[in-house]
Write a protein of this length. Structure first.
Length: 531
């Protein structure tokens, strides 16, 4: 982060007003910009991508489908089948954290060709794209060396490695968010007397990211902040305010149109999954601890870079747009944990902090590039940076492995249930029913699988029941052909209600137990079938 040469006194904005730039302001751009994409830079970037491919590739087959993966892939298959052949509306939009017709449908098409592994490879391709865009953005605003370091830092994060092997919305939405940021920065940094109108091409891309996963809405202000300070650095604050105002109005208009088209279902999904997500009381300490664990080093390096910018700005007696850019990037790292602290839930934090880490990696790349600049002890500083990156990668790899081991492998359970499901045409009740549906169900029987989160039932002679009375009545009537319970704490009450109803109905036969060891102990499913 060097100091630019003083601007000439008669430098004017196109309107004739004196520009807001001031002599001696600090800038993110080096005095002599180095070549952006040398053969060596491309080779190093290719090596970073290869390492990430191997790292996430090792995770792809590490475990069976997680609940979220199974839910989205099954939903995509059902949506596609219903569109082609007709079928019920299962109202996915009311509780999905992204538009159901986007990622779930795309991923289900890939899954139909190559199974879960292919859907996870799709996520890997998206994450590789994010790494490339981290390099491209940082190179654009600073240098190719900083870009390579930014890409390396981002690839070390546990969430990056994890999402590269995880078939959910996250990798795709992060890639589209990064793409929108890159478009914004490319056009915001173009030379010319006026800001390039090309920045507005980023609006539909950013809204697409919001639609793929609603949590990206909290990063829209980060993109707006970068746009503001980058334009201010070249054209002054007045034009920056104008451009950002138009950009923000475009986002609001397109998001409003999307919500109008989606109707109440989409609005309900945005509200319940993002704006007013269910609180898990007492999790704020866990949110702080998990944030430190997963991106603490990225936060620390980003803060050091911001302090360096501020000190440089004080030294030249001017607070430049560069300080604003640094502050926005630091906020980008913190926005996800701050929002989850607001709603008091640690759910999905391991994935969401990876979004912020992408912004933080830009600032990390810049400050680490400064450490490698020519001067005394350059080789020692280079060795220290190398050790830091290797250490961060090792920590991230360990954490990513742990994240993939947090749920039990479903192979034994699906093997046990497969012949039972094939012989029974009745509805099935199970904890984690979405996983069993993914492996054992079809798009045609999507309504056959019931779980412990919500259930409604109308007895042969009576009105519609929900909750515990519905489960109790359905079991008493022999409604379910197969029941599989794991008595996990979150569903222990409902599982107990079902178990008591089972013991009172002699038509249910105990099949046996299926146990699987995993990181947190042993998961045991108890299985019954209706005779």
């Amino acid at each position: 982060m060097t100091v630019t040469q003083p601007v000439v006194a008669d430098e004017l904005e196109p309107s004739g007003e004196a520009t807001d730039k001031s002599a001696g302001q600090a800038s993110l751009e080096p005095t002599a910009r180095r070549s952006g994409h040398s053969t060596l830079s491309k080779a190093v970037l290719a090596a970073i991508l290869l390492v990430e491919t191997i790292r996430s590739g090792l995770l792809i087959g590490r475990n069976t489908a997680f609940l979220d993966e199974a839910t989205y892939l099954s939903a995509g298959h059902q949506i596609t089948y219903a569109a082609l052949h007709g079928g019920p509306n299962l109202y996915y939009g009311t509780y999905f954290s992204g538009v159901p017709d986007l990622y779930p449908v795309l991923a289900s098409l890939v899954d139909g060709v190559g199974g879960l592994e292919a859907a996870r490879v799709l996520s890997l391709c998206m994450i590789l794209g994010c790494i490339v865009l981290s390099y491209a953005v940082t190179t654009r605003i600073f240098s190719s060396g900083a870009g390579l370091l930014a890409a390396a830092v981002f690839s070390t994060v546990a969430g990056t490695q994890f999402l590269g092997a995880f078939a959910t919305y996250d990798a795709m939405s992060l890639f589209v968010l990064c793409l929108a940021t890159w478009i914004t920065i490319v056009f915001a940094t173009r030379p010319g007397p006026y800001p390039s109108p090309g920045v507005f091409l980023a609006i539909p891309v950013l809204v697409l990211a919001n639609a793929v996963k609603y949590v990206t809405l909290e990063f829209d202000p980060i993109v707006l902040g970068l746009l503001f300070f980058l334009i201010a650095e070249r054209h002054g604050y007045r034009l920056a305010r104008r451009q950002v105002g138009i950009f923000a109005a475009g986002i609001v208009a397109m998001v409003s149109a999307l919500l109008a088209l989606g109707g109440n279902d989409l609005l309900s999904g945005v509200t319940s999954t993002t704006l007013l997500r269910h609180s898990s009381s007492g999790s704020r300490g866990a949110i702080f601890a998990d944030t430190v664990e997963w991106v603490g080093i990225v936060v620390a390096i980003s803060l050091i870079a911001l302090v360096a910018l501020v000190l440089r700005g004080i030294k030249v007696r001017w607070t430049s747009p560069a300080v604003g850019i640094g502050a926005v990037l630091v906020l980008g790292v913190l926005v996800a944990p701050v929002n989850q602290f607001r709603v008091d839930t640690a759910t999905s934090l391991s994935k969401h902090v990876a979004f912020g880490a992408w912004f933080g990696s830009i600032l990390c790349g810049i400050i680490l590039a400064e450490c490698l600049a020519k001067g005394r002890l350059r080789h020692l500083r280079g060795a220290a940076v190398g050790v830091l990156l290797v250490t961060m990668f090792a920590i991230g790899a360990y954490q990513a492995n742990a994240l993939f081991d947090e749920w039990p492998n479903a192979t034994a359970l699906t093997t046990t249930l497969r012949p039972l499901v094939a012989r029974s045409g009745a509805p099935i009740l199970a904890d984690n029913a979405q996983v069993l549906q993914y492996y054992l169900g079809t798009p045609q029987d999507a309504t056959r699988w019931d779980n412990m989160f919500f259930f409604s039932y109308r007895p042969p002679h009576g009105h519609v029941l929900t909750g515990a009375p519905a489960y109790r009545s359905a079991v008493a009537s022999g409604y379910f052909g197969i029941i599989a319970l794991d008595y996990a704490p979150a569903q222990a009450y409902v599982d107990g209600v079902v178990t008591r109803a089972l013991t009172a109905n002699p038509h249910y036969t105990y099949v046996g137990k299926v146990s699987t060891a995993y990181e947190y102990g042993t998961s045991t499913f108890v299985v019954w079938r209706h005779r």
